[in-house]
Design a binder for this molecule. Structure first.
Ligand code: KIV
Ligand code: ZN
Length: 521
């Protein structure tokens, strides 16, 4: 790689997935990993294998798919964690072990209860062990931005001597500011002897809204790897947003004088995929991928845009994978137009998936006149869930009254064609329908959150519902789509109920490649 090449290390599946409400199933993680490979990220941090058997399985499944990027797993500085990462990532042609230990005084005293020398010893031991297993080892001094500079330089020197090939500097709590972070990187450059022998990396959290700015300051000061997530998802206020950092570097290439290998026209589809899977929808005004990022409302702006797009537009929507055409499909659109639009949106479907999506599209076109991109995305995302029984929703009937409880009746069909009809009363139609579903499936859920999002525009837009529920002390997330929002909620709820029933029948996937059934659990 040339000296002005910035490696993009995506941690959506590790730091991003760690965020509350962002957990993904193995199938979803595999799908995101494939999209990240198509986006051409350099490294995918696929998870923290020692965290749980499920994490181990998903990192291994991603490594087995071997799509091209380096597959990395996170480990604390102990042999058990390091061995687990190695076992999980070794099948990928290119793999990395990422070890970390906290170095700031506050972490040393209150979390680790370890002295400075002990921490260095533990980091050095872990890096040496990892280097015996793989050639590519990354080390992170957690909370680096709040660590005494001279001690941080000592830790980084020891890590390089021990064999780390990448040293990452995290702003773990999103505390630093660009000018200060610039000073930190320049200090390391000056005080760590072999720093030019390794790749210097940056990892920022967004607590003060400066994760992207701090990451870019680090790049100016010499960092050559940015750790980031799609849509900036991550713990608390999130991580550095991949799409923002990448587009800043591309749009201001003359200023930064560096480049990434990212296929920027895959940014928008990848963002939509992650928001649809996690249910974490991006705000309308989110830079690069928000719905309004390229919308010009004010008359004076529209006038300027008509004269010349560059008057008010610093990036072209098509550069991030957003088509200007805003083509609308309808009842009379044929398979050819449908297929073309799906490809424009960045989805790759096999013949079976394409046929099913086309049938769903035709059904939807009977219900609503105009089919927008958001509707097509919703169809494709919900096709994933439709295949996962044992129960399918056949019919739903709800009655609401202003001053009486609502009633709902559901008809479900099981895999072995058994039909069950149940009804219930509730404070509102959603509560009544959920109760009826609980009676029909025998699965009781505690609803923690119900979010409704419009998939496209207009009164007849499809509603996308994401539910967060609990069952026997575990949290689950489900999503469902329909032009009827109560039905969308039922589909979301039934998705979770089906997952729980499958888990009870098949158990959790054990180590190794999941079977197709296990992969959806
Ligand atoms: O924020 C952080 O410090 C991390 C490290 C494990 C890199 O996520
Ligand atoms: Zn982090």
């Amino acid at each position: 790689m040339s000296g002005n090449q910035i490696r993009i290390f995506d941690t959506t599946l590790r730091d991003g997935e760690q965020a509350p409400g962002c957990s993904m199933t193995i199938t979803e993680k595999l799908r995101v990993a494939k999209a990240l490979a198509e986006l051409k990220v350099d490294v995918i941090e696929a998870g923290f294998p020692a965290a749980s058997p499920g994490d181990f399985d998903s990192v291994k499944a991603i490594a087995d798919q071997n799509h091209g990027p380096v597959i990395c797993g996170l480990a604390r500085c102990n042999p058990g964690d390091i061995e687990k990462v190695y076992e999980a990532v070794k099948s990928a042609d290119r793999h990395r072990i990422h070890v970390f230990v906290a170095t700031s005084a506050i972490h040393r005293e209150h979390k680790l209860k370890m002295a400075k020398e002990e921490i260095i010893k533990s980091a050095v031991g872990a890096i040496k062990m990892a280097r015996e297993l793989v050639d590519d080892v990354e080390f992170s001094p957690e909370d680096a931005s709040r660590t005494e500079l001279s001690y941080l330089a000592e830790v980084v020197s020891a890590a390089i001597e021990a064999g780390a090939t990448t040293v990452n500097i995290p702003d773990t709590v999103g505390y630093t500011v660009p000018a200060e972070f610039d000073r930190l990187f320049r200090y390391l450059k000056e005080h760590v002897a072999r720093i030019d022998d390794i790749v210097l990396s940056v990892h920022c959290h967004n607590d003060l809204g400066m994760a992207v700015a701090n990451s870019l300051a680090a790049v100016i000061a010499g960092a050559r790897q940015i750790e980031c997530t799609i849509n900036g998802i991550g713990e608390r206020a999130g991580n550095c947003s991949l799409e923002e950092a990448v587009m800043a570097i591309k749009t201001r290439a003359e200023f930064f004088d560096v480049e990434t290998g990212i296929e920027t026209n895959r940014l928008y589809p990848t963002s939509r995929l992650v928001s649809s899977i996690t249910g974490m929808h991006t705000p309308r005004n989110k830079a690069i991928v928000g719905e309004n990022a390229f919308a010009h409302e004010a008359g004076i702006h529209q006038h300027g845009m008509l004269q010349h797009a560059s008057t008010y537009e610093i990036m072209r929507p098509e550069d991030v994978g957003l088509s200007r055409s805003n083509l609308v499909l309808g009842k009379h659109s044929g398979r050819h137009a449908f297929r073309g639009r799906i490809a424009d949106l960045g989805f790759e479907l096999d013949e079976f998936e394409m046929n099913r999506a086309f049938q769903e599209f035709k059904k939807l076109a009977d219900l609503k006149k105009d089919i927008y991109d958001g509707d097509l995305e919703a169809i494709i995302m919900s096709a994933d869930n439709a295949s996962s029984g044992p129960w399918t929703l056949k019919a739903l009937e709800v009655q609401t009254h202003t001053d009486q409880p609502a009633t709902a009746a559901v008809t479900l069909i099981s895999e072995d064609s058994k039909e069950v009809v149940e009804s219930a009363h509730g404070d509102g139609p959603v509560a009544a329908a959920f109760l009826a579903l609980e009676k029909a499936t025998g699965v009781e859920l505690v609803l923690r959150n119900f979010e409704l999002h419009s998939a496209s525009i207009g009164e007849d837009a499809q509603g996308e519902v994401t539910v967060n529920v609990e069952h026997e002390g575990e949290s689950y997330r489900g999503r469902g789509t329909s032009v009827d929002i109560v039905e969308a909620g039922c589909r979301a709820c039934l998705e979770v109920m089906n997952r729980i029933l499958r888990r009870k029948k098949y158990g959790r996937s054990g180590p190794g490649k999941p079977t197709p059934e296990q992969a959806t659990i």
